[in-house]
Design a protein around this ligand. Sequence first.
Ligand code: BES
Ligand code: ZN
Ligand code: ZN
Length: 485
Amino acid sequence: MVELVSNVANVDDGDVTVVLLRGVEAQEIKRIGEFCSRIDVKYLKKAIENRKYEGKSKQSLVLDDGVKKIILVGMPDEINKAEMLELGAVIASKLKKDFSATIFMPKNAADYAGDLALGMELALYSFDKYMTKKKDEDFNKLEKVCLIIEKGEVDMKKMAEAKALAIGVRYARDLGNEPANYLTPKVLADDIKRLEYLGLEVEIIPAKKLKEKGFNLLLEVGKASVNEPCVVVAKWMGDKKRKDFDLVLVGKGVTHDAGGTNIKTANNLLDMKMDMSGAGAVAAVLKVLALEKKKINVAAVLGLVENVLAGNAYKPDDVIVSGSGQTIEVINTDAEGRLVLADCLWYAGEKLQAKKIVDVATLTGVTAYVFDGEFAAVLGNDEKLNHDLIMAGKNSGEKLWELPMDETYRKMLKSNIADMKNLGGKMAGASTAAEFLNNFVKEGITWAHLDIAGCEVVHENKNLTPKGATGFGVRLLHEYIKKFI
Ligand code: BES
Ligand code: ZN
Ligand code: ZN
């Protein structure tokens, strides 16, 4: 993590100077000369002319004479959150090998200093703990950034929010990137338990207690693995005067999805260590709330389990009885996420008296195909909740698109032998999955389901997300909580 300081008068002259400018007109250069005394205006003018630098949106120019390093970066034409996040990423990409930098920012962007800082943090993330051959010089070096705003102060509250969010997203990415041979359900639960140092309350329900607590379906999914399942119930009680929850989050935490008896093919097995990304995002959001000491109460129910194949694995044609009493005909053991979530949703309603639930899961392949990671799907029983989540998606840059729930899809789950099947057939896979979940949401609860399949990972380096786990959902849910709760 980068240490961020702001408006420090005597900044060390030895570090890199980053200047954000609006074009290269004479007036703009004059402004920079007045604002940033460490820059020689004549030198700057000449360098800009020689290099034909135009100062266009996010265009950068690195001036490095071996003694002093100056980086010019064009301000975006429109100053908004998304652009400032991207700008942060551009700046970070130029500073990877430097230890410290001072960024001079024009006054009209002051409100977005936090977004710039967050953009830098997200771009600088890397997961290299298993890279034994990586040399010292290959690691990101940036440790300290000083942000100076022209005739203004940095809003330290916004900066603290950016920092907490960066920590949260990085935590979710770390969990997603961790291989499943290390990150078993127990290891993941223990890791979340460690967040108690921030004031979270974390209860781990171990495998031997799951039956009595009604997690029958989760036990079925997990019974073939030597890495036993467990459930994490975590609480952030920021408003101590109340005992009820403003929101209960539910997360799919399948630490590896091999498909079980319906075993996946080679290509489909790849990335299935990240089938716990819903649970990871939820745990990370709680971490952010705790870091910010937010005055709200949020609970999380995370079903942690491995879906693998062994002699005692659950099978297609099996009928299983859920803790809610409803019976399920297993059609496909690779449709395990909805079974895990079903128990968690039921628990949230029965035991936590949830009034509002949002679940997060890498649930269906079809969502990944349809949106290719650009959007996650939102489905649910309340128009306003869906709408609020979509708005939070727009604001945070983690976008959602609504898919329908309907009686027709519900009917596709009819079984000849049990109350329902765990698969609706070939068609409308995201909607039938949500209809399945709806059976386990207690009457009267406002509920939305986020199918984030495809959003949890990127295979190309992007500005804000290097290859690997994205931590999708953390910024979205945080924005939703901030604006709508
Ligand atoms: N974990 C997968 C869904 C998934 C697929 C997430 C691709 C991320 C990327 C889920 O458990 C699953 O296997 N779903 C199958 C069910 C089907 C085979 C019955 C699917 O949707 O393809
Ligand atoms: Zn599966
Ligand atoms: Zn899965």
